[in-house]
Design a protein around this ligand. Structure first.
Ligand SMILES: Cc1cc2nc3c(=O)[nH]c(=O)nc-3n(C[C@H](O)[C@H](O)[C@H](O)COP(=O)(O)OP(=O)(O)OC[C@H]3O[C@@H](n4cnc5c(N)ncnc54)[C@H](O)[C@@H]3O)c2cc1C
Length: 428
């Protein structure tokens, strides 16, 4: 006897995607979520520090909107999708001055050359660290900045620890859309219908490989036995050992988990106390050209949607260091970064104002922002997504997708795919 067909650990995008696929196939699925809300890293909050407006603590954009499965769901429901790319303006600084048009054109042309260089190295030599691509372009004045965007800023990891192949396999094109009201709110509103979700229910142990492939999960409020189990917690949680497996997981799974460590991205929002807007239009991105490889890049989105704050984004080892040092250090770091472009105006505008710093490092149910593959291990994502115990035990989540890795779309698709394989195992 089993309690449900499929038990799913975690109610983030992967868990919800898996549960929706079971529902659509007419199979019972029970989702167990340790926290008190659904969405996981898709979390819209309404921080008092920013005046109570909606603010996405984690995911913000539907990337590659033309291929993103969230977009048709939002459109069918009549939700407004904000065209963030179209309303955004950009200011790029070199030292303390704005870049000229000629410099911006050269910078834009450098991007495809950098990607082509990476592809040619990968084809000729196999996987390398992203930093190696930059090292092979010693005369390119833009390469260090491109590396900083593609490594720490977008993928939340320093380029010397990051597989260039993983980067290329998951580089996204297309446009970026923002669901009005926030992505976490969208997930709660649109992706939970008809699903059986039990909140505040932490799974402590997964006992797999039972008779006919049965899996029993243990929680503080009792055990649940199912014909299959889909585990969607982050690789950070899997690596921590906070979730026990009995028997121990096969080496191919544990090796894949260790090849996919968590990166960290930190958001620092500063609310203006005066009327100065730094001569920037609303929804303006501010970034800078770096002088040398490895120098940190902290891009800002200023006055998003006309709001009265700026939001900086820092990723990789600097983010981990700031997270260890504390919020005041993160705020100081953001202020000193802005001063490089705007001087003392920054202090008059933000000194004494409210601020917000995100802390995905400190959430024991996530333990970072999203994972990356270490050099030589890009295939770890594929291996983690492979069936265990003939499909009665599956892993899903942003770590398991190739193409949309590290995104809500990747997590959702991987959950749906894992559910398909689990249901096939049950039917076999
Ligand atoms: C700062 C930041 C910015 C981002 N920006 C974007 C973006 O703009 N666009 C985009 O597409 N993606 C973005 N992402 C990535 C995106 O949020 C994630 O890839 C995606 O939400 C991951 O979903 P998941 O289901 O794999 O994992 P999770 O969301 O982590 O879901 C796993 C769930 O498991 C639960 N859990 C953990 N342990 C247990 C346990 N023992 N028992 C039961 N439940 C447990 C957790 O509480 C969590 O709810 C961003 C992420 C961060 C952190």
């Amino acid at each position: 006897m089993t309690d449900t067909h499929v038990v799913i650990v975690g109610a983030g995008l992967a868990g919800l995607g898996a549960a929706a696929a079971c529902r659509d196939a007419g199979r019972r699925a029970l989702v167990l979520e340790a926290s008190g809300r659904v969405g996981g890293r898709a979390w819209t909050d309404y921080p008092a520090a920013l005046g109570g407006v909606w603010f996405d603590m984690g995911a913000v954009w539907f990337h590659d909107a033309e291929h993103n499965p969230m977009v048709p769901i939002a459109r069918a429901a009549g939700d407004t999708l904000l065209r963030s790319d179209e309303i955004r303006q950009e200011r790029t600084f070199i030292g303390g001055r704005p870049a000229t048009d000629a410099e911006l054109n050269a910078y834009a042309r450098a991007w495809p050359s950098y990607e082509a260089k990476a592809e040619s190295i990968l084809a000729a030599e196999g996987d390398v660290a992203l930093a190696e691509v930059t090292r092979r372009l010693p005369d390119d004045p833009w390469a260090a900045t491109i590396e900083a965007w593609e490594g720490p800023v977008i993928c939340a990891v320093d380029a010397d620890r990051f597989s260039a192949r993983d980067w290329r396999r998951n580089a996204l094109g297309g446009s970026n859309l923002v669901p009005d009201g926030g992505i976490g709110a969208f997930v709660q509103r649109r992706l939970t219908k008809g699903l059986d979700i039990r909140l505040n229910t932490k799974v402590t142990r997964v006992r797999w490989g039972g008779r006919n492939g049965q899996v029993t999960v243990e929680t503080a409020s009792g055990s649940i036995t199912a014909e299959a189990c889909i585990v969607t917690v982050s690789t950070g949680v899997l690596a921590s050992g906070a979730l026990a497996f009995e028997p121990a997981l096969p080496a191919k799974v544990t090796d894949a988990v260790h090849a996919l460590p968590m990166g960290l991205a930190m958001k620092v929002a500063l609310r203006a106390i005066g009327t100065d807007r730094l001569d920037l239009p609303m929804h303006c991105s501010v970034d800078r050209i770096l002088e040398r490889q490895g120098e940190p890049l902290m891009p800002f989105q200023c006055w998003p949607f006309g709001r009265d704050y700026v939001q900086g984004w820092i990723g990789g080892s600097v983010a981990w260091d700031l997270a260890r040092t504390g919020e005041a250090a993160a705020v100081d770091y953001a202020l000193s970064y802005l001063r490089k472009a705007f001087g003392g105006r920054v202090d008059r505008l933000f000194a004494g104002g409210a601020s917000l710093v995100t802390h995905w490092d400190a959430d024991p149910l996530v333990r970072g922002a999203y994972c990356y593959a270490i050099p030589g291990s890009a295939m770890a994502r594929d291996r983690l997504a492979e069936p265990v115990a003939g499909g009665h035990l599956m892993f899903a989540g942003e770590a398991c997708h190739v193409g949309f890795a590290g995104t809500v779309a990747g997590a959702w698709i991987s959950g749906q795919s894992a559910a398909g394989q689990a249901l096939a195992a049950i039917a076999a």
